[in-house]
Design a binder for this molecule. Structure first.
Ligand code: ADP
Ligand code: MG
Length: 697
């Protein structure tokens, strides 16, 4: 086997390849262009494109594609070959700067929420030179942004890049105030931890619900679930191990730092963590990782389920979004420093995050809202739908002391005066690591745990970046005018603590008492479903902030509102239809066949012994009969509810109908079917059970 350092990034047109293959001058000016964020000139583009093409062709590539992230949530690609006619009637492999910089996919079928009328089908894709091109199979993939002809973003990358820029702008203002002149850029970093399930492919193929919706819509609880906690960090089964090994190899080739792998809490659940990197690159790589997970699973006769809640009754899957801000000189702005000066700066950035999360709870919540994640947020193992911040006891005590001008009760009792005192040291990795907080400070980064396993991390990060940029902007506005920087800073931090400490909660986030306190006493938002959350997107304060930070135009927000709600409605509609389909074509026939067998049993017994009471069979028949009736009735009602849904014009009404009528009816139908499963003989049940799926690999 090849050595990992040789394999690593072998399929990426990265800095090392560029340095080796581009003329020195071209390489330098490409670097400069990327750094300044200025547009590429055509000459430069041609030189880069030609180097890319020869590199890719040497590695066996025949095609290229602009690789983008439309609002469907997955990545899109349209392949073109490098082939061009040559004068002698043969073919040459060519790729021009124009083709590199800009593409024009026929975009009419991608969701635009009314931004691009279908007659103006053209959208365009534009190269994001900060994310390296890579090879997938025989195709050179060029990460691109996707916009309408009017320049409106139709994808997730564009607003993410804008949000990074917004944060950079405001954070630089703050750093200048602290006398820092050498930092050129502030970058946001993300390291996602990806959870997933693996199930056997043959079993998967027997379940329409998994095929159509990615989750099980039926399934009685097996005798064993996750109650023994024997799966978490347990030894990895050989078949899963083989999958993980191949996955790592594939990811490494693509320059993805796959680092940690382990079994998760639920049976058949696993996790993969990669090393953090710049947000837009981390986002691209996470999209790619999910795609490759699915591909590699297939090769091992497995299916990788990325749905947030593939199974009821055991944990769902999330994606922990570890987020931090750092400078181009390598300083982590969320890392407590050594000197009074550094401490004060750290605290100001920390306060910006606290204010941002409190002011924009709604945006963070809705950035992770989807039909799938609704099953998870607020369910017993997952973070609640209420957003709060875990800071740990030490840091909270420091803030307390500042707020009250009281001595800090740490090692040395003393008053803290920001900017002139050294803060007490707070241990990096606090022992009381909190697993129940949706937004936890973990020493030098924040871990946002509400993100769904299937979601792109672009959305939560663009909202987080924008909200923090907004807080930093307000701080900078005030501090730039201050007569005494240190006094103003101290007062500002104190005021911010008082105004936003309601968002800080170090206790157990899974307790009911917390939700009561959060909502009733602290006035925090509890947005339990996607429709509840999305209603907030168009609140005036949110539109104002997002447009002011240059992350979204108002028209883009309105279109996203439509698209996200539409996604919700369509997803649940497919689930409801799958349920009635499985009920009528598989479950009811199975129950009937088993009932018939029981009835036949009765008549056979009676032939042998006319006086037999046949108590067991009769009881069974009665119960199955009653259940079949309720199943049929619930299915019929669900069918009616779907018809009604289709008659509603407006997507907002549809989403409410889904939330209030369809989802409860689906639950009712499921309960009846699951009970029938527990009564029906194994050999009659039409598809693999929870026990088969969860313990079958
Ligand atoms: P923890 O034990 O707190 O979960 P790990 O070191 O296991 O921390 O890291 C979890 C994830 O957080 C990894 O993806 C890691 O790369 C990422 N991470 C670590 N440091 C940072 C940072 N400064 N900014 C963003 N992500 C980070
Ligand atoms: Mg973690």
């Amino acid at each position: 086997m090849d050595l990992i350092p040789d394999v690593f990034a072998s399929n990426v047109f990265d800095d090392k390849v560029m340095r080796a293959r581009l003329p020195e001058k071209v390489y330098q000016s490409l670097h400069q262009t990327i750094e300044d964020g200025s547009p590429l000139n055509p000459e430069l583009a041609n030189a880069v494109a030609s180097a890319m093409c020869s590199w890719a062709v040497e590695k066996g590539a025949t095609h290229f594609t602009h690789w983008f992230q439309p609002l469907t949530g997955i990545t899109a690609e349209k392949h073109d070959s490098f082939i061009n006619p040559s004068p002698d009637g043969r073919a040459i492999m060519e790729f021009s700067g124009k083709e590199l910089i800009k593409g024009e996919p026929d975009a009419s079928s991608f969701p635009s929420g009314g931004l691009r009328a279908t007659f103006e089908a053209r959208g365009y894709t534009a190269w994001d030179p900060t994310s390296y091109a890579f090879l997938k199979g025989k195709t050179l993939c060029i990460p691109t942004a996707f916009c309408s002809y009017g320049g409106e973003a139709l994808d997730k990358k564009t607003p993410l890049l804008r949000s990074m820029e917004a944060l950079n702008r405001q954070a630089l203002r703050i750093l200048r105030l602290f006398g820092n002149t050498d930092v050129k850029r502030v970058i946001t970093n993300v390291g996602p931890e990806q959870e997933y399930f693996l199930v056997d492919r043959d079993m998967y193929l027997k379940r329409k619900d998994l095929i159509y919706t990615g989750r099980t819509l039926f399934g009685a609880k097996p005798p064993k679930g996750q109650e023994l906690d024997d799966h978490y960090f347990g030894s990895i089964k050989p078949r899963v191990q083989a999958f993980m090994e191949e996955l790592n190899q594939e990811l490494w080739k693509l320059g993805i730092y796959a680092k940690t792998e382990h079994n998760e809490v639920a049976p058949a659940q696993h996790e993969l963590a990669v090393i953090y990197t710049t947000t837009n690159v981390a986002t691209d790589k996470n999209q790619l990782t999910m795609e490759i997970m699915k591909k590699v699973a297939r090769k091992h006769s497995l299916v990788c389920l990325l749905h947030e809640k593939p199974f009821a009754g055991v944990n769902g899957s999330g994606k922990h979004n570890n987020w931090s801000m750092s400078t181009n000189t390598g300083i982590n702005l969320l890392s407590p420093g050594e000197t009074p000066h550094e401490n004060a700066q750290f605290l100001l950035f920390l306060m910006a995050v606290i204010q941002a999360v409190d002011d924009y709870q709604d945006l963070l919540r809705l950035s992770v809202a989807s039909a799938g994640n609704d099953h998870r947020l607020g369910a017993n193992e997952a973070p609640p739908a209420v957003i709060s911040i875990f800071l740990g006891d030490e840091l909270t005590a420091v803030l307390d002391a500042i707020e009250k001008d009281a001595p800090y009760e740490g090692a040395e009792r003393k008053h803290i005066r920001l900017g002139s005192d050294v803060l007490p040291r707070f241990p990096r990795d606090t022992t009381d690591r909190n697993r129940t907080s949706p937004f936890a400070f973990t020493g030098n980064k924040f871990e946002f745990r509400m993100v769904g396993s299937n979601d792109s991390i672009a959305c939560p990060n663009m909202m987080l970046n924008a909200a923090v940029a907004d807080a930093l902007m307000q701080f900078a506005d005030e501090l730039e005018k201050a007569e005494s920087f240190n006094d103003c800073l101290h007062e500002l931090i104190k005021r911010t603590i008082i105004a936003h400490k309601r968002i800080i909660f170090n206790g157990n986030g899974y307790e009911d008492a917390w939700i009561q306190e959060a909502v009733n006493r602290r006035g925090l938002l509890n947005l339990r479903t996607t429709p509840d959350a999305l209603q907030k997107l168009l609140d005036e304060k949110n539109i104002r902030m997002l447009t002011e930070q240059g992350v979204f135009a108002e028209s883009e927000l309105r279109s996203r509102y439509e698209i996200q709600l539409e996604n919700y409605v369509r997803t649940v509609r497919i689930e409801a239809l799958t349920m009635t389909d499985m009920t009528r074509k598989e479950i009811l026939p199975a129950v009937m066949a088993y009932s018939n067998a029981a009835a036949e049993g009765v008549s056979k017994r009676k032939t042998l012994d006319p006086s037999a009471a046949c108590a067991y069979e009769t009881k069974l028949l009665k119960r199955l009969g009653a259940l079949s009736d309720s199943i049929d009735q619930a299915a019929e009602e669900l069918e009616k509810d779907i018809t009604e849904l289709d008659s509603l014009e407006n997507v907002t009404f549809q989403s409410v109908h889904i939330r209030d009528i369809i989802i409860p009816k689906m639950a009712e139908l499921r309960t009846a079917c699951d009970e029938a499963e527990t009564l029906t003989a194994r050999s009659y049940w039409p598809f693999p059970t929870y026990g088969d799926l969860l313990f079958g690999v």
